[in-house]
Design a protein around this ligand. Sequence first.
Ligand code: KG4
Ligand code: ZN
Length: 340
Amino acid sequence: MTISPVYILAIESSCDDTAAAVLQNDVVLSNVVANQLIHNEYGGVVPELASRVHQQNIVPVIEASLRKANITKEQLSAIAFTQGPGLMGSLLVGSSFAKSLSMALAIPLIAVNHMHAHILAHFIDEEGFDKPTFPFLALTISGGHTQIVVVHDFFDLQIIGETTDDAVGEAFDKSAKILGLPYPGGPLIDKYAQLGNPKAFVFTKPKVPGLDFSFSGLKTAILYFIQKNVLENPNFIEENRNDICASIQHTIIEILMDKLKMAVKETGINQIAIGGGVSANSGIRSTLKAAEKRYGWRTFIPKFEYTTDNAAMIGIVGYQKYLHEKFENTSVISKARIQF
Ligand code: KG4
Ligand code: ZN
């Protein structure tokens, strides 16, 4: 007996990227992302503008994803969309479209938690990328979240540590803003850090009990450090940009690694998978790879295009939910905040 393939159309619109993907089972056939550059000039995402641009982009992005996957909408098995967490106005564009299309095609509707998707992105079938086995630890690091999660199974996840204030992506972006870099500053800090000395400047690490994180103190420490030095030398930032970025990145990586080591010790689990936009960071990637030899961990770093916000990761959760018949009816609502 041949089992016919499952085709999932996935839609992601939780923040400022409009994304659509088509999966055939766990294989990505297309993964389209339209970035919204309009926010760069404002130094952060403007929710009102984001929802407006999602409305302009959603139809062309979905059409492009079907075209690239070379399938028709009549072949689709189900529609998966991001239910939350995210900006309400942005989420509503994706969910309304998903509901309408699932009704029109009379196929199941699947709601996906964005953070769940950052974790299950590791289960996309991709040549050269191993999948973790259960249980594993997931470190989700994005512009909105910083969590350590024990992943017991596809649908059995337990948060054991999270940020008490800013997310790690915010720590990167706000530090970049202090240095006068445009939004989002994370990738730029990464770029300059590769040319600098990570030990040039020392920033005090926060003392947070257990597996929780805090990044707001670091941001303030960086602000005072820059203000003080610019007062003495107005060209301080320009003359030391690479070293400042390398030192900030080094501190952030140490904060993450300290908690990861603690989590491994407490749980006895030494498979670590990272996800979320900040896992694109080259310093985090190389530190984790080095931890394989140093601590005997197995680490999993997703393919670059599945780290920042994308719809393929929504599609892989959609596929698992399809197999388990975890469907929604059209009264399902978007949620700015949502738990696993
Ligand atoms: O997961 P994501 O695309 O969106 C959210 O769900 O938040 O993450 C975006 C965050 C931003 O804060 C951005 O600055 C950060 O990921 N980011 C990076 C890098 N690439 C993206 N941070 C540090 N280094 C990078 N290479
Ligand atoms: Zn994200």
